[in-house]
Design a protein around this ligand. Sequence first.
Ligand code: PGA
Length: 250
Amino acid sequence: MSAPIPLIAGNWKMNGAGPALAEASAIAAGAPAAGVRVALCPPATLVERMSRALAGSPVELGGQDCHAQPGGAFTGDISAEMLADAGASLVILGHSERRAGHDEGDADVAAKVSAALKAGLEPIVCVGETQAEREAGQALEVVTRQVRASLPAELAGRAFTLAYEPVWAIGTGLTPSLQDIVEVHQAIRATLRDMFGQAGAAPAILYGGSVKPGNAAEILALPEVGGALVGGASLKAAEFLAIVEGAPRA
Ligand code: PGA
């Protein structure tokens, strides 16, 4: 099975209102047409407007979370169907800011992944250890456990993406050593193969956490690194496109 097409996904988090759509338009204008996938995941209020800004460009659109149910009495929540209706084709699930700030466990993430698949969205499932877990030598064990418990069986044969994001590297300017990144990505690949057999070779495994134009190319060139999930550096078109530029082409 050939290597997955690299994906560079921007996670805008709770940043961006109408004026920020100019950055999305600039990213749409500068994104390559083939060889690498580019995606933007804006806050929910921008999804529909951004789908218009990206129309006709190769840039894909994603949400940052969804509810596990398709609808109902869940004030403040958004379903996978609603994201799809607004123009999204992807959704980030299990980001550490959801796991830590909203008490989401692996079973919650797995339920959301199932909901995303039912709505036709491709999930980008995030895993990663805390600083304390890394210092205790538990990074591989934690990440492997999260992968097993966050990915429901029905993902077999479906399109999905993993993102390894060490919690201590997010928004801090810190990154693991290149060797540590490879070690975790290889452990994730081995887990995917164990869970899904041959199909476990298909999903791209992104690295996320303080990816910037200055460090992206060396990270993206590592074995089993199939792209990046980019927070802060995805808010400005020039920075984000510089990261895209450094990605290997399939
Ligand atoms: P960062 O965030 O690039 O700002 O560190 C990454 C993420 O949380 O996805």
